[in-house]
Design a binder for this molecule. Structure first.
Ligand code: ZN
Length: 144
């Protein structure tokens, strides 16, 4: 019976043989985090570079930048729009109002009427912002 068979059958001698050697003193196979290369180092000290891709950072995974969130993207878009607007001397585009109350509609209609807009323009704006199609008589009743 050869030695390796005896060691495999009887675990005790194997434990004694390996007991005094902590993990760090035993050669172990290394794997590169960058290219996936696996190799057996020649000495116990940490290999300086991956033998294949030569990366000195072979023992840690590549750091991935956090992807931008949708909120980041919106904020960036807004900041860019404002900056470009300033550079070109353009006033920011007025966002359609989220306020769809009757009061808001009345304020807009009275303002447009005072500014001399036509009933058609007022009707289009109400339809665009409030989703309601009003005829001239209804607009006149509201804006009175
Ligand atoms: Zn590598």
């Amino acid at each position: 019976m050869n030695v390796s068979n005896r060691l495999a059958r009887d675990a005790a001698p194997m434990r004694v043989l390996t007991q005094s050697k902590p993990e760090s003193e035993v050669l172990s196979q290394q794997t590169c985090f960058r290219c996936g290369k696996g190799w057996w180092p020649r000495c116990l000290s940490k290999p300086k570079r991956c033998p294949q891709c030569k990366s000195p950072y072979w023992d840690r995974p590549r750091q991935v930048k956090q992807p931008h969130t949708a909120a980041d993207f919106r904020a960036l878009t807004k900041a860019l729009q404002e900056k470009i607007g300033r550079e070109l001397g353009i006033k920011p585009v007025e966002q359609p109002s989220q306020d769809r109350s009757l009061i808001k509609a009345l304020v807009i209609l009275k303002g447009m009427k005072a500014a001399g807009h036509t009933w058609q323009e007022m009707g289009e704006r109400v339809e665009q912002e409030f989703g309601a199609r009003l005829d001239n008589e209804q607009l006149k009743a509201l804006a009175r």
